[in-house]
Design a protein around this ligand. Sequence first.
Ligand SMILES: [Zn+2]
Length: 459
Amino acid sequence: MLKIANGTLVLPTGRRRADLYIQDGRVAAIGGDHPVEETLDASGCLVFPGLIDAHTHLEMDTGATWTADGYASGTLAALCGGTTTVLDFATQDRGGTLAAALEAWGGRAAGKCCCDYGFHMAVTSWNEATRRELADMVRRGVTSFKAYMAYDNLRLGDADLEALLAATRKLGYVGVHCELGDKVDENVRALLAAGRTGVENHPLSRPNAVEGDAVKRYLELCDRAGAPAWVVHLSTREGLEHIRAARKRGQKVLVETCPQYLTLTEEVYRLPDFGGAAYTCSPPIRSQADQDALWQALEQGEIDILSTDQCSFTLEQKRLGLHDFSKIPNGLPGIEYRFALAWSAGRLSPERLARTMAETPARAFGLWPRKGSLLPGSDGDVLVWDPNWRGKLSGKTQHSACGYTPWEGFSVTGRPRAVYLRGRLCVENGEPVMAGDRPLALGLGRYCPRNCVPLGMAH
Ligand SMILES: [Zn+2]
């Protein structure tokens, strides 16, 4: 038996000073007096359920290059930041099957992960064969899906998206990347034709309305299909207004945002010497007014989930778009610093942090109460957070393989004092526990099959 002593537990019902006991990989008890073999003194620390990152892209081929982080480095970075489960996106090849995609992604992840993992399935070809595969996906524990409204090699048309929503409404959420692809393509063509090839044009090709109008259309399709909505990586006030209106009409909408939209502003795209490329992601980083609106929505519980959209590329890889901004690989490495950034902003209570980064993703994606919970019977995934540590974030000390961080030099308060994966101590003071010359956690991560959570009743 392991005892995490003298800490303050962050539970759904509030904070509680109590000891936490873990045995055989699971939470055994809260409080009381039990015989123990091992004790961690968590005095002065907050004890959170291990975090879930419900939106990651690891070991992904964009067609032009692979993400800098594969499953090993990406999940090690996750774990060092307090995340004990990631939900990654497997993606159907155009014209291929969902089963082949799950096989390919599952094969790449197997045996390499440092934290537990599951898959959402991105659907890129909608037809009868794909429809027939949905039940099989659910049997294999894939109970959430994804569709894109942008990116020519990924996107579904409106009719196909509506049909997918109708077919999955009793199985689980379809997260949608809300940007109007035609509008983006048109803007990119016009900018390039005018000789505007620099990275500063990236946000101009995807202005707020491109997301806002897409959110509006997606919500209309969900309404027609009678399906719950899951808006991924929300970045704009416009999108938020459409979500508010839909909820007023009685629609179920699950909303996610990411740290880059809460901590950075669009000025980053005007950095000299191609510096903005370090921040290219889609949707792009927005204005201070958007950032303020997102924070307020998080504080008020209108945004349900804080994930990362982790999708890392080295600065060298970003140079693929040196002469054409539309060719810069899109995505940022946020997987390690999500909690530190959210905590250090000082705007969300510990309970809200636990809800948006552990409880709600667990409930929404069929992992509750095995994950995202400190209650007896749950997996012994624990983040012991030392709120008194002070330091700076740096690409040199992070564990991602991408070589830089968008938050270089950011001052933060707090870091993981300890991270446990199913009762195993894997991270101490933000650094991996080593077994010889390799992280102890390497290969410890297991695939998490998930339950169905129909019709958005989870939140
Ligand atoms: Zn994504």
